[in-house]
Design a protein around this ligand. Sequence first.
Ligand code: GLU
Length: 481
Amino acid sequence: MSIVTRFAPSPTGYLHIGGARTALYSWLHARQNRGRFVLRIEDTDRERSTDEAVAAILDAMAWLDLDHDDEIYYQTQRFGRYAEVIEQLLAEGKAYRCYSTAEEVEAMREAARARGEKPKYDGTWRPMPGKTLPEPPAGVDPVIRFATPLDGVTVIPDLVKGEITIANTELDDLIIARADGTPTYNFCVVVDDMDMGITHVIRGDDHVNNTPRQINIFKALVEGEVGDHGRLPYYAHVPMILGPDGKRLSKRHGAVGVMRYREQGFLPDALLNYLVRLGWAHGDQEIFTRGQMIEHFDIANVQGGASTFDPEKLLWVNQTHIKASAPADLVGELRWHLARFGVADTTDPRLAEIADVQKGRCKTMKEMAEQSLFLFQEVAEYEPKAVKKHIKTATPDILAEVRDTLAALDGWDREALAGAVRAVAEANALGMGKVAQPIRIALTGGPVSPSIDDTLVLLGREATLARLDRAAAAFRSLKAG
Ligand code: GLU
């Protein structure tokens, strides 16, 4: 059996962390089995679906690089198909037209409640052997109801939660098409999962209640049992993610949209690594490459209980990924963040080198970009605190000496540059730090930057000499004033 999974978001907002994890689990399950991963936009709720939300979801999926197979399916483009299946169910007597008004249905539910039963439609319009149906009222458009089995149980052998059994008497005769002919959610999902050959439905456990309804509709359309050679899919309901306060993760907890994490400087692979571990473990391994996730992930090993989002751990995972990344793999995100800081030149050939120098020093890509801005922008201000601490009366002369020594060098390589700075320090009987800090402040405006030789190499000869000149003059007038 070839595995087919799907991610089926409703485009009513951004892709949030919980959705991203569901998408990841589905994607991993497909990829590790050399199966197919389908992306389906469930946009039948036209009032709540927006084009912006579709775009936001697709952007986030692209950024996470959870690539899908086939074209993207949109439920709104499949209304013809849903109508066809509804006709088929009507013809086979597995669905029926119901003319009860909303008030009548409410009265039936009320009556059931009064009898101490579950509020349900009472089956007035359901055809039964030997039953005479009422005459359809003129001028009323009926809804279509699915004829749910009247007895027996529906069993979900859930891959995550274990076996869940529901008595069919608990289930209503679900409306599958409204009076205006539009199909309803649970029905569309089943037609899609059937048509797309989905073998594994992996989704949030907020859908557990829908599953028995969907299984019954499925069984009305194909023969088989759940997981039966892919005719009916397996189901895996993934528990929700809680915020650090134990409540369901929501906007209250700060960023929940995936792209907010990009803005904060997380790497897509780090975010996925963090998410895969939320509810799944492989021994005590914490750090996974994409390849390792694909190799080791096991949907049957996902835990049934909720998991708690831990921002500190996410940051640690991100830092670990940044450190372990090949510099070339960081260039894309570095460039993106630099652009957000206003650095327009995105083709700078130094980016890989910058990433190489900075990757051991930053927890996020945003931080990396921020710490590298001095390479792209003139120093706007010398940080007053740093100036107070490190700039002495003799500093302008030292900087001038450093400038002349560097200017006299033939090459501009790390060794020569470090040697030159060291020579100035020794000639003035100063420790390296006493020379390096003023140079840093002169070149970057502040006391924090990569090692002095890395800083000089990245900044280049021309900018270095100009900034040393400018700083020497500025500090001279400062000290004179
Ligand atoms: N469209 C549903 C949602 O966004 C998912 C339905 C499913 O996965 O079956 O919650």
